[in-house]
Design a protein around this ligand. Structure first.
Ligand SMILES: [Zn+2]
Length: 561
């Protein structure tokens, strides 16, 4: 933190937020890509410099003019670097990464270097007092050298600790007997609504919990979050500070945490209180908490420019990368006539959307397949018609992966903001053909089609479910190349400038903050990312290799290479 306050200390004779609020600075760089209206590739009327007062940009223009207009300002010459508006990840899951850093990692890499899942879990159990949780994340069963974990294998690790391994998709998890008992799952139980429990041939539970069968337990107020409180805030806040650094190192100044429960909200507040929340954060609250939230009177928009409630999260279908999203027509990865999974019934879902809309809050619904997207639009259209007072609310569709012309027209008419995956085609594109067939694979993640229809689009990583770097997402939107180099749907490629706008202007719109950030113009927050090369002039295939030199939030440097 010293380097952040150091600049202020030199100039104001004091440090801390009060001094920073009065700090005047003038920045220049080789190129400032402001994304101001009226600047584009053909007419780069870009400013040479900008002046900041406290956290905001107060003027843009020539370096010499701004130096003479603001003689007391600290000059910050960024030399040959290129400045872009701060990169904003509109859908990711950073709070949980504070736990991840303290838990057992069961990724393919961790298992291959650590002797397999069983050895890693046994080590952690030995270091954990009996009765406390042993939790693993990122589990990749296909890469487990000793075969897929199940209840019996986890009972062999420990019967004294509850043991849980979460699949890397986060859509399923496997537990030992003690953990199943604490979660309330018994051999005689029927499957809970919206999910299934894995079973052995004799009907007993095999430990696996799918979809609602595990995450409803995880997120319900009396459920696993309390059971899983294996770390205190004193453990988590320093771990979270490392997460902030990791995001800033990727050039990120703002993010929207796409699913928070009371546990994550407490962590964000404590991180802010201790001064380590250096990013700006929007939170989507899991819908099971909406009734409680509504009783308090708190709704979308409540908070500050640093930490804000931005909507209520729901999920209607499965995972694009899991081959389970809800489509109109059956597809290869589903058996027989199956067309994917639906997590909430139509009536329950429509009522939930209606309640949030009527409260003047934003819904953000996870929907991947075309049938799922249609169901979200049915619910939003009905809610808007019944309560037109809040027709200006831009509800969101998270991922919104498979759409057609009719759905796009409805999204535009309802003012809905899609938040598609940025780097999905790079990470998982090679699997898509096998899951959904060639036509859907080429049509997935259709940023271009939304933009062509005049729809604002948010940029997102879904990290840790997808890779974090926004520059990788921008490259993927521009090239649509998979990891193996195949190009899916070349007609849907966007320009580098469009991709940058998605990750700045579009993401700000997705949280209702388009008036605050996304462009480097007077009145907006001075959040920006300093790059070693010109994003708009670099060959597309090299965009992900551009170095991030430093990251600034409210004109304060929060990270430097
Ligand atoms: Zn997500």
């Amino acid at each position: 933190m010293n380097e952040v306050h150091g600049d202020t200390a030199r100039h104001g004779g004091a440090s801390g937020p009060e001094a920073d609020a009065r700090a005047l600075r003038v920045f220049r760089a080789r190129r400032i890509i402001s994304l101001a209206d009226g600047t584009d590739a053909a007419r780069p009327q870009e400013p040479e410099a900008f002046a900041t007062l406290g956290e905001r940009i107060v003027a843009t223009g020539d370096w010499a003019d701004l130096r003479s207009r603001f003689p007391a300002a600290e000059p910050v010459d960024l030399g040959d670097a290129v400045v872009v508006p701060g990169l904003n990840d509109a859908h990711c899951h950073p709070a949980g990464l504070a736990d991840t850093r303290l838990r057992v990692s069961l990724t393919a890499e961790a298992m291959s270097t650590g002797g397999g899942s069983r050895a890693l879990l046994a080590d952690k159990a030995r270091a954990t007092p009996p009765g406390r949780w042993v939790v693993a994340e990122g589990y990749n069963p296909a890469a487990d050298p000793h075969g897929r974990l199940d209840r019996a294998a986890l009972d062999a690790v420990s019967r004294e600790h509850p043991v849980l391994a979460v699949h890397f998709s986060c859509h399923m998890a496997v537990a030992n007997s003690r953990a199943l008992e604490l979660a309330g799952h018994r051999d005689t139980d029927a499957d809970p609504p919206g999910g299934t429990l894995g079973r052995n041939p004799d009907g007993s539970l095999d430990g696996w919990m799918y979809e609602g069968a595990w995450f409803d337990e995880w997120f319900r107020p009396s459920g696993a979050p309390e059971l899983l409180g294996e770390f205190t805030l004193d453990d988590l806040v320093p771990s979270f500070a490392e997460v902030c650094r990791e995001f800033h190192a990727a050039g990120i100044t703002s993010w929207c945490d796409a699913l928070v429960s009371p546990r994550e909200i407490r962590l964000y507040q404590e991180a802010a209180r201790r001064g380590v929340l250096t990013a700006r954060v929007g939170m989507l609250v899991w819908h099971r908490y909406f009734a409680d939230l509504q009783r308090t009177g708190l709704g979308t928009g409540f908070g500050s420019e640093h930490l804000r409630l931005v909507g209520v999260k729901m999920m209607i279908d499965g995972a694009l990368a899991g081959g389970t999203c809800l489509c109109r027509a059956p597809y290869p990865s589903q058996t027989g006539a199956d067309n994917g999974i639906q997590l909430m019934g139509d009536e329950e879902f429509a009522a939930a959307v209606r309640a949030v809309h009527d409260a003047g809050s934003r819904v953000a619904v996870h929907a991947n397949g075309d049938l799922a997207v249609g169901k979200v639009l049915d619910a939003i259209e009905a809610a808007r018609a019944a309560e037109p007072r809040y027709a200006a609310t831009n509800h969101r569709i998270e991922h919104c992966s498979l759409v057609d012309d009719d759905l796009i027209a409805r999204i535009a008419a309802a003012g809905v903001t899609p938040v598609p995956f940025g780097s999905f085609l790079h990470e998982h594109g090679d699997k898509l053909r096998g899951y959904y067939g060639d036509e859907r694979a080429a049509a997935a993640c259709a940023h271009r089609r939304f933009l062509d229809a005049g729809i604002a689009v948010g940029g997102s990583s879904d990290h840790p479910a997808g890779p974090l770097p926004p520059l990788l997402a921008i490259r993927t939107m521009v090239t649509r190349a998979t990891d193996s180099g195949e190009v899916l749907g070349p007609d849907l490629r966007v320009t580098p400038r469009q991709a940058l706008e998605v990750y700045t202007v579009g993401s700000a719109h997705a949280t209702g903050e388009g008036h605050l950030k996304g462009r480097l113009v007077p009145g907006m927050l001075a959040d920006f990312t300093v790059l070693g090369e010109d994003l708009l002039a670099t060959p597309p295939e090299r965009i992900a290799d551009i170095p991030v030199l430093s990251t600034w939030v409210g004109a304060r440097r929060v990270w430097a290479a």
